[in-house]
Design a protein around this ligand. Structure first.
Ligand code: EPU
Length: 416
């Protein structure tokens, strides 16, 4: 079983580039199912989830040509409507296969999507929307959806990210107008809509909570880069801040990071912004405790909550963490406690962390993408040696993380 071995406690320095966003590229890959033409996506992160998603597309009949950071996909010969259940179960994002397959093939059968165990992950919002558009749904061991035709109507996305994406993916070729109210406005949703518009879709209201889609008869091929990953940018800021290092973070889209900058600033993180990049510097004074509450974009992303929890161990005073979106995202705190953090769990959504405390290395189990990277950074900050197991979780979302961290001076080894 692969593991990372880390010798922590060192100051880091150097440059690290932010990769393309995981949660943007996966729905874009799915969107290529909506046309017979070839599509090209660039700035594709080399992560496990992308590899698995491309395998799903190939298994469905797509022709895939991958070259480092770009991928060309042609779905002209897709015939299957039942994506490989084993691969589907490896990630939550496979749920976004529903909209395109239903729209293009009139039928789809999907095993229940897996992914991180961070809380209950129902898909009722997605299914209700398909039913409103005229589809028939059968739920059992799998979900089977069929529709001779999809009709535009008014839908409510309840701010679900992949729910909004599925509605958009189903709406672009539906007859008439689809209006999505309470749509998620995350940058990755906007990125998907921009890609679809380049393919000939008619979506307006991008970046707002109401998306209006006028159905078109067909879509054509398009080329587009994936946006930089705002979660990776925040992750690297937390790495530099918690290790009190000087690190240049390249390929940043500042517009996506207002809430992140605000909270790091409140905690006393010393950083300077430059066009498309940011420099984190050693702190001028002790970091300060803060209330860290996650929210819907443009508020602080739940995916960064564990990183703020880690920084809280290095802050003076008691921080309060409140993640109301997922009920299973505080599991990393038990492991941080073992490393020396002072943690009081209030309930499944809230905790208090009092600092500053030193951290010491240990044997750590990665549980999901974001807790995995958080504990990896904790091991970098901690004194002594750590071993991190179940690192496939980290590889799902962070490209060649060991190589990139080594370039900053981290003593990290991957042992297969
Ligand atoms: N929800 C329902 N019914 C639904 C769908 C969602 O009740 O049909 C609830 C969920 O249980 C949860 C809340 O709504 O409490 C938010 O879920 P949402 O649907 O927005 O999440 P998601 O689309 O499954 C995406 C990201 C997650 C990220 C969340 C929130 C992808 C592939 N995943 O998940 O990313 O945490 O939005 O921003 O885009 C990650 O990258 O580590 C990750 C978990």
């Amino acid at each position: 079983m692969a593991k990372f071995v880390i010798q922590g406690g060192k100051r880091l320095s150097g440059k690290i580039r932010v990769a393309g966003a995981k949660n943007a590229v996966l729905p874009m890959l799915s969107a290529t199912l909506l046309t017979e033409d070839e599509c090209e996506i660039t700035n594709v992160p080399q992560i496990l989830d992308v590899g698995n998603f491309l395998e799903i597309l190939k298994d469905l009949g797509a022709k895939v040509e991958r070259r480092e950071q770009s991928v060309k996909i042609s779905c002209a010969r897709v015939t299957k409507t039942r994506p490989d259940p084993g691969l589907v179960a490896s990630m939550r994002a496979s749920v976004v296969l529903l909209g395109p397959l239903l729209s293009r093939k009139g039928a789809v059968e999907l095993a229940f999507p897996g992914g991180d165990l961070i809380g209950s992950r129902p898909i009722d919002i997605h299914l209700r929307a398909f039913a409103q558009m005229g589809a028939k749904i059968e739920e059992g061991q799998t979900v089977k959806i069929t529709a001779a035709k999809l009709s535009g109507c008014e839908l409510f996305a309840e701010s679900s990210v992949t729910g909004t994406e599925n509605m958009v993916l189903a709406g672009v070729l539906a007859s008439g107008r689809t209006v999505i109210k309470l749509a998620a406005a995350e940058p990755h949703v906007v990125c998907l809509c921009e890609f679809l518009n380049r393919m000939g879709a008619k979506i307006s209201g991008l970046g707002t909570n109401t998306l209006v889609i006028d159905g078109v008869a067909g879509l054509h091929g398009a080329k587009m880069p994936v946006i930089p990953d705002m979660i990776e940018a925040g992750t690297f800021m937390a790495l530099a801040a918690a290790s009190k290092s000087e690190v240049d973070i390249l390929e940043i889209n500042h517009d996506h990071l207002d809430a992140v900058y605000h909270k790091f600033g409140e905690m006393g993180v010393n950083f300077e912004k430059f066009p498309n990049r940011l420099k984190v510097l050693p702190p001028k004074q002790a970091y300060q405790a803060a209330i860290v509450r996650t929210g819907l974009y443009p508020n602080l992303a739940t995916d960064l909550q564990p990183l703020f929890g880690l920084l809280a161990t290095q802050c003076q005073g008691t921080s309060r963490i409140h993640d109301w979106i997922w009920e299973g995202r505080l599991g990393y705190l038990a492991q941080l406690s073992k490393m020396g953090a002072d943690v009081k769990l209030i309930d499944t959504h809230q905790a208090e962390i009092t600092g500053p405390t030193g951290l010491s290395g240990g044997v750590i189990k990665s549980m999901d993408i974001r807790s995995g990277i958080t504990l990896l950074i904790a091991a970098i900050v901690a004194d002594g040696r750590s071993e991190i197991f179940d690192i496939h979780h980290i590889d799902r979302g962070y490209e060649r993380i060991d190589e990139r961290l080594r370039a900053l001076g981290v003593e990290i080894e991957r042992i297969e």
